[in-house]
Design a protein around this ligand. Structure first.
Ligand code: ADP
Length: 445
C-alpha cells in the first residue's frame, strides 16, 4: 500500500480524498495556489506545497509543478480528483513516467474516452447501445444538413472534445442547424482549442442515468448501481439521486450487466462511470467518465462502499475481494450541489463566509471545505458544498433532505440552497416525474 499520496485538487474533493487516506493510514500532500493558502484541504494535509498563482492554468493545471511537488515530498501516488487534470491522459502518462502511480485508469483509456468520437466507437464495439448519430466528426455545414435530413430533426451538435455541456447546441430545423453548427464549433474551439463536432439525434424526454463501475487489475468488475442525474441546468448536474425512480428491477439488472460486460471488453481498470440517456425503456450511451465523479457519495450511501478507498486499493494492485452478488443496496440517497451563486440569476457570488452551520443527524453527510471566516475565491468552480442525505425509502430521504436544507446556514455569499428547496417541493420532483429538460424549464419560468 502507498505510504503517501499527493492530492492534485482543491475544495471539497481534496478533503474527501484526504479523509479516505487518513482512514487508511496514508499520509497526504496538499497542493494549492496562492489563493488557497488558508483552505481546509491545505490545513488538514500532512504536508502542503504551493504550486502557483490563483489562475488554474498556472497552478492546478500546471503538470510540471504538481509532479515536482510529488517528487520533493516523496509521494508514491497522485490522486487527481475530478475536473482539472483528472482526465488529462498526458498528465497521467507523465506521472507514471516519473515512477509515481496515477490513481485512475491507464493513459490509453483516458485518451480513448476523452475524445467522444473514439469513445462512441469503442463503446459500440464493446456492445453498448449508442444514441443514433454521425459515424464520426461532421466537418461541414452541408454534411450536417444532409445527415439531419436523413435522421430527422431535432438534432444535437456536440463537441468531440466536449465537457461541462460546452460546445453543445440543438436544432429543430435546417435554419437553426446552420446557426447551431457554427455556434457549437466556435464554442468548442474557445473552450477546448478544438472545433471538431459530431451530431446526435436530440432526445426529447430522456433521463440521464449513469452506472458506477469498479474494476481491479485482476479481472474483477462490479457495478455499484445507477445514479439519476436528470436534474440539470445548462447540461450541468444540480441534484442527483440513487436509485433512479425511473428504473424497474429488470431495467436496472439489464443495464448493470451490459455496463460490466463492456468494461471487461474494454479492459478498463479503476473507477469509472458510463453515462446513458434513458427514454422509452431504452438506454443510449453518451460518454464515459474515467475518474471519480462529484456525485459519487450517493452511491456510497446506498451500497456502503468507500469509492475513493477502492480507487486507492485498486491502484495499489489489491484485488477488489468481492463479487457483484456481494454488493448490497439499501435505501435511497439524494445529493444537492450547493454553489456560491445567486439562486435566480446564477451569477457567481464569491466572498468571505460569515456564519456557517452544517446540518447533521442520522443519514446526513456534508462534504465541504467551508468554515466561518473562509474566503471563497473567485477563480474556481462555484460549488462550495454537497449535502448528501440517505433514508430507508425515497420518501424518508426527501423528508430528511427538507429538514437538512432548512438547517443549513451559509452567510456572506449567496447560495443555491433556495433553488434546492424549491426543487424538492415541486410535485413532479416528489413524484419522481422529471426528465433532463425539466429543471431548465422550471428556472426559465
Ligand atoms: P458533457 O461531457 O459536455 O457533459 P454529455 O455528453 O455528458 O456532455 O451530455 C451532457 C448532458 O447533455 C446530458 O446529461 C443530457 O442532459 C444532454 N444531452 C447529451 N446528449 C444528448 C442527446 N443526444 N439528446 C438530448 N440531450 C442530450
Amino acid at each position: 500500500m502507498f505510504d503517501k499520496i499527493l492530492i492534485a485538487n482543491r475544495g471539497e474533493i481534496a478533503l474527501r480524498i484526504h479523509r479516505a487516506c487518513r482512514e487508511m493510514g496514508i499520509k497526504t500532500v496538499a497542493v494549492h495556489s496562492t489563493a488557497d493558502h488558508d483552505a481546509m484541504h491545505v490545513r488538514l494535509a500532512d504536508e502542503s506545497v504551493c504550486i502557483g498563482p490563483p489562475p488554474a492554468r498556472d497552478s492546478y493545471l500546471n503538470k510540471a509543478a504538481i509532479i515536482a511537488a510529488a517528487i520533493i515530498t516523496n509521494a508514491d501516488a497522485i490522486h487527481p480528483g475530478y475536473g482539472f487534470l483528472s482526465e488529462n491522459a498526458d498528465f497521467a502518462q507523465m506521472v507514471e513516467e516519473h515512477g509515481i502511480c496515477f490513481i485512475g485508469p491507464t493513459p490509453e483509456h483516458i485518451r480513448m474516452m476523452g475524445d467522444k468520437i473514439t469513445a462512441k466507437h469503442a463503446a459500440k464495439e464493446a456492445g453498448l447501445p449508442c444514441v443514433p448519430g454521425s459515424d464520426g466528426s461532421v466537418d461541414s455545414e452541408e454534411s450536417a444538413q444532409e445527415l439531419a435530413k436523413q435522421m430527422g430533426f431535432p438534432v444535437l451538435i456536440k463537441a468531440t472534445a466536449g465537457g461541462g455541456g460546452k460546445g453543445m447546441k440543438h436544432a429543430n430545423s435546417p435554419e437553426e442547424l446552420s446557426d447551431a453548427f457554427r455556434f457549437a464549433r466556435s464554442e468548442a474551439k474557445a473552450a477546448f482549442g478544438n472545433p471538431e463536432v459530431y451530431m446526435e439525434k436530440y432526445l426529447q424526454t430522456p433521463r440521464h442515468i449513469e452506472i458506477q463501475i469498479l474494476a481491479d487489475n485482476h479481472g474483477a468488475v462490479v457495478h455499484l448501481g445507477e445514479r439519476d442525474c436528470s436534474l440539470q441546468r445548462r447540461h450541468q448536474k444540480v441534484l442527483e439521486e440513487a436509485p433512479s425512480p425511473a428504473l424497474n428491477a429488470d431495467a436496472r439488472e439489464r443495464i448493470g450487466q451490459i455496463a460490466c460486460q463492456a468494461i471487461r471488453r474494454l479492459g478498463y481498470r479503476n473507477a469509472g462511470t458510463l453515462e446513458f440517456l434513458y427514454e422509452n425503456g431504452e438506454f443510449y450511451f453518451i460518454e464515459m467518465n474515467t475518474r471519480l465523479q462529484v456525485e459519487h457519495p450517493i452511491t456510497e450511501a446506498i451500497c456502503g462502499i468507500d469509492i475513493v478507498r477502492e480507487q486507492i486499493r485498486i491502484a495499489a494492485g489489491a484485488p477488489l475481494g468481492y463479487e457483484q452478488a456481494d454488493v448490497r443496496f439499501s435505501g435511497h440517497a439524494i445529493e444537492c450541489r450547493i454553489n456560491a451563486e445567486d439562486p435566480e440569476s446564477f451569477a457567481p457570488s464569491p466572498g468571505r463566509i460569515g456564519g456557517f452551520h452544517t446540518p447533521g443527524g442520522l443519514g446526513v453527510r456534508v462534504d465541504s471545505g467551508l468554515y466561518s471566516g473562509y474566503m471563497v475565491p473567485p477563480h474556481y468552480d462555484s460549488m462550495i458544498a454537497k449535502l448528501i442525505v440517505h433514508g430507508g425509502t425515497r420518501n424518508e430521504c426527501l423528508m430528511r433532505l427538507r429538514r437538512a436544507l432548512g438547517e443549513f446556514v451559509i452567510e456572506g455569499v449567496k447560495t443555491t440552497i433556495p433553488l434546492q428547496k424549491r426543487i424538492i417541493s415541486e410535485a413532479d420532483f416528489i413524484n419522481g416525474d422529471y426528465d433532463i429538460h425539466w429543471l431548465q424549464k422550471l428556472v426559465d419560468g
